[in-house]
Write a protein that binds this ligand. Structure first.
Ligand SMILES: Cc1ncc(COP(=O)(O)O)c(C=O)c1O
Length: 400
């Protein structure tokens, strides 16, 4: 079927984080919300139908993921990446962030260190701190408008000389993000291999957050970290979910792939009593999404590509001071606003109070995000157009 993705829906008064909690979180409610990673597109029809059918059966008791839930994950990974996994490698959690928390806790002891590649998705910071660990920043480099990994710096973090300077803990893991939120890189196999070899050869395990793996712009291909080799498979925890791809965040379901038995058992023992299973509607949605969601997804990806092309042209023509970092994946656009010449707090108040556009401030992704804004482009083009015009007009006023 054809989905009308231009249609604007009223999402207010649905307890939507994005639409109903602007005031407490962003500071005002007369803004266009382009912040939290949630799409303004209604879910695929087969997902809605599957949930309605399940809801009609009036028993909502304790639920476990049966063979068909696991099989839908196994089949999805085979279909998308030709990656063959064993059913027992799949562990379900009610979100990727709880899985990251469990993973870091299970792999470290308090006082250890965890690598982040900043700018980083901001919930990674409390995940590391809640485990009693400290953050080691292997900062991404912006080279000619494109972010790249700094593998020399990564290697140096494990060097005995650097270790002596860094304190008594041990570097145990990295939270790798692919596609990367917020910079939008889809790391290629060579880059993944280089990074992975450094971490694993130094005794670390890679936690790979691949929640955005199916949101790719034209010409890009996702490589699951563990699909690189047996060594990578045996030393990683891969976090995936249908939630970003199919806009199901409120149903709270994620599929975590842990091939190594010991790492998996540690993960399961750590989550016991702390991180529950997803709820039954999450499993229902996951199955329907992975099996029947592609017709919807193709149209959404096409629409997002159109939004991206539209924004690029608008900025080049109207506000060339804002540079768009060309994303390869995710529907989150990393905007370099440094040429506007505002400090981070002025930039924040310019976007919210003057332009009345609610994006995420770059500095919450780490110091290297200062001067940047993250824009969620998974909304109708008319909404994007209004937001861009608000920014343009506010900037013209400021310039006068
Ligand atoms: C990189 C990344 N990881 C995790 C999440 C959140 O995952 P969940 O809602 O499943 O906890 C997001 C949400 O935007 C994200 O961008």
């Amino acid at each position: 079927m054809n989905y009308d993705l231009d249609k604007v829906y009223n999402r207010k008064n649905t307890d939507s984080l994005k639409w109903d909690f602007m005031k407490p979180i962003i500071g005002r409610d007369d803004i266009i919300p382009l912040w939290v990673a949630d799409m303004d597109f209604p879910v695929a029809e087969p997902i809605k139908e599957a949930i309605k059918t399940r809801a009609e059966h009036p028993f909502y008791g304790y639920t476990q993921p049966g063979g068909s839930v696991v099989d839908s994950v196994v089949q999805r990974l085979k279909k998308k990446y030709n990656w063959n996994i064993e059913p027992e490698w799949v562990v379900f959690t009610p979100g990727v962030v709880p899985a990251l928390q469990t993973a870091v806790t299970s792999l470290t002891h308090p006082g250890d260190e965890v690598i982040l590649q900043q700018p980083s998705y901001h919930p990674f910071f409390p995940v590391v701190k809640n485990s009693g660990c400290s953050i080691v920043n292997n900062q991404l480099k912006l080279v000619n408008g494109r972010y790249v990994m700094d593998c020399e710096d990564l290697e140096s973090k494990f060097h005995p000389k650097t270790r002596r300077l860094m304190g008594p803990g041990r570097l145990k893991t990295i939270i790798f993000c692919n596609p990367h939120n917020p910079v939008g890189r889809v790391w290629n196999p060579d880059e993944i291999e280089k990074m992975g070899n450094i971490v694993i050869d130094n005794g670390g395990v890679v936690i790979s957050d691949e929640i955005h793996c199916e949101i790719l712009f034209k010409g890009n291909k996702h490589t699951p970290f563990a699909s690189i080799s047996d060594k990578f498979e045996q030393n990683s925890i891969i976090c995936m979910s249908p939630s970003k791809t199919f806009n199901l965040a409120g149903l709270e379901v994620s599929n975590i792939i842990i091939p190594n038995q010991r790492i998996r058992e540690d993960f399961i023992n750590t989550r016991a009593g702390m991180v529950p299973n997803p709820n039954l509607f999450g499993y229902t949605a996951l199955k329907a999404a992975y099996k029947y969601g592609d017709e919807w997804l193709e149209q959404v990806l096409d629409y997002l590509q159109g939004n991206l092309d539209y924004i690029r042209k608008f900025l080049e023509t109207n506000i060339p001071e804002i540079k768009m970092i060309e994303p390869q994946g995710t529907y989150l656009l990393w905007l370099d606003c440094r040429e506007l010449g505002m400090d981070p707090h002025t930039l924040q108040s310019f976007m919210i109070d003057d332009a009345k556009v609610g994006m995420e401030d770059g500095y919450i992704f780490g110091e290297s995000g200062q001067g940047f804004m993250r824009m969620n482009i998974a909304t109708q083009r008319s909404v994007i157009n209004s937001a861009l015009n608000r920014i343009k007009n506010a900037y013209l006023l400021k310039e006068k």
